[in-house]
Design a protein around this ligand. Structure first.
Ligand code: FRU
Length: 481
């Protein structure tokens, strides 16, 4: 029995209609990135390829650009570039999910998709975000097509979680290892440490607690959200989004962060053993709660939420007044090569390239590429020789620069309050920029580092200007969908 009544849906539709009219003609709507049709979007959920079709589900509040009661939105694609908006997949209409159909994942077995998500329920009095007062139930759904639900059941009710945790246990991600199924869940333990819980199953329907997969030290924050695990031929990868890390000179500067350990699993004790430091997946301003999936050709693909879990007071997102907020990053392919995680934009997006410009230049002081489409473009710079520094000026007032040691992404007023992010890179030879109307994603050294940011230019220039002292080759395309 649904607990969202007719009045809820009438008000919901009326609010969406209003938002749609605000959104129409907004030049900051993205061109080839996925964004909410109306309202608010956060985490990618249940990303999967099933019978050839790619499905992207996501945390979605269609009737409010500032967030609220979350549903699962749904988009599909045949080619990972052109997406179609589908009906809402899940709504918070049951007693065990009434305050939000929170994040989760998809797992394909035989001819069915098994989804797992967190049913969020709030009880009066829980506003300290720590201890009692909410339920986060783990729910299992079976679907034969990705559009309709054939079976739905709470598989781990909140009261069955182990002792020693706050009520914050959520975001199930399921994987298979040697014929057994495993689920990782993020959590906040009573000692204010982040932990990843492991459950196991032989049939995907009943789940047993296997123990703590990984426990954080104090400096690793108080809560870990959205865990994800996968194996590669090289190392195993454990991704999660810790809250409460301290910013260092060049790292962990966002309110909340997302990153990974490379390591291996001791399957006898069912624990993850990190063999690297915890590294950020993205060093820009807008990235959180990513999720990966393996597509039918065996690629490991990641989508991140190109937004912040918690926005800093100095940043106010100007699209809220236009009826929507946030987007997904471009999908990226992940690989581990020589012990290093690489992230590259999905190859399919090369099909959008138009009007190629290829040139080799010697910059001494200043050089301009004129008559460029400033709104949606791709730029690949290969640095042959660097003098003191090189800076690249694009969009309205965004500046990328490198001085032989530090790469910087700096916003002007079109960053709406955000200033600068920096990365220490010893030998930077390649800067790959993908710019949409109101976003920029930068891949350094063929995917060693990525920086994603939203940006809101009002009067774009049709030049890309280079300043400094360097020899470089430039490849540039307009991107048209
Ligand atoms: C991460 C997150 C998840 C939760 C969801 C709710 O951004 O807080 O932990 O499931 O968003 O929308």
């Amino acid at each position: 029995m649904s607990n969202l009544n007719e009045t809820y849906w009438e008000t919901f539709e009326a609010k969406r209609k209003k938002l749609k009219s605000k959104i129409a003609n907004d030049p900051w709507r993205l061109s080839f990135h996925q964004m909410p049709e109306t309202g608010w979007l956060n985490d990618p959920n249940g990303a999967v390829q099933f019978k050839g079709i790619y499905h992207l589900y996501y945390q979605y509040v269609p009737d409010n650009p500032e967030g609220g009661l979350v549903h699962w939105g749904h988009k599909t694609s045949k080619d990972m570039v052109h997406f179609q908006e589908e009906e809402l997949f899940l709504s918070p209409d049951q007693s065990y999910n009434k305050d939000g159909v929170f994040s989760g994942s998809a797992f394909v077995k035989d001819d069915e998709i098994h989804f797992f998500y967190t049913g969020n329920v709030k009880h009066p009095g829980d506003h300290d975000h720590t201890f009692s007062g909410r339920e986060q139930n783990t729910v299992h759904i079976v679907s034969k097509d990705g559009f309709t639900v054939d079976h739905e059941e709470v598989v781990i009710p909140h009261e069955d979680y182990p002792e020693g945790f706050t009520d914050h246990i959520r975001d199930p991600k399921v994987f298979e290892k040697d014929g057994k199924y495993y689920m990782v869940l993020g959590s906040r333990a009573l000692n204010h440490r982040g932990k990843i819980l492991l459950y196991r199953s032989t049939d995907l329907y009943s789940w047993d607690y296997a123990g703590v997969f990984l426990e954080g030290e104090k400096e690793m924050g108080y809560m870990w959200e959205c865990p994800d695990f996968f194996e590669t031929d090289d190392k195993d990868v454990l991704i999660f989004s810790p809250q409460g890390l301290k910013a260092t000179a060049h790292e962990f500067e966002s309110t909340h962060n997302s990153g990974y350990y490379l390591g291996s699993v001791d399957w006898s004790s069912e624990t993850f053993i990190p063999e690297s430091s915890f590294k950020e997946l993205d060093r820009g301003f807008d990235f959180y709660a990513p999720q990966t999936f393996e597509d039918e050709s065996g690629r490991r693909i990641l989508w991140g939420w190109m937004g912040l879990g918690d926005t800093k007071p100095e940043y106010s997102n100007p699209t809220v007044a236009r009826g929507w907020q946030h987007a997904m990053t471009l999908p990226r392919e992940l690989t581990v090569e020589n012990g290093q995680l690489k992230q590259r934009p999905l190859k399919e997006y090369e099909s959008l390239r138009k009007n190629e410009v290829k040139t080799a230049v010697k910059v001494s002081e200043s050089y301009e590429l004129e008559n460029q489409n400033p709104r949606t473009f791709e730029l690949i710079l290969t640095l042959e020789k660097l003098g003191e520094s090189l800076s690249v000026h694009m969009k309205e007032d965004t500046v990328l620069s490198y001085d032989g040691q530090i790469f910087s992404l700096a916003h002007g007023p079109s960053g709406f309050g955000r200033s600068e992010r920096t990365v220490e890179v010893e030998d930077l030879t390649r800067i790959h920029v993908i710019a949409d109307t109101s976003s920029i994603e930068i891949f350094l050294n063929d995917g060693d580092y990525v920086l994603s940011t939203r940006v809101y230019p009002k009067h774009e220039k049709d030049t890309i200007r280079f300043e400094g002292d360097a020899e470089l080759s430039i490849e540039k395309w307009d991107l048209e969908i």
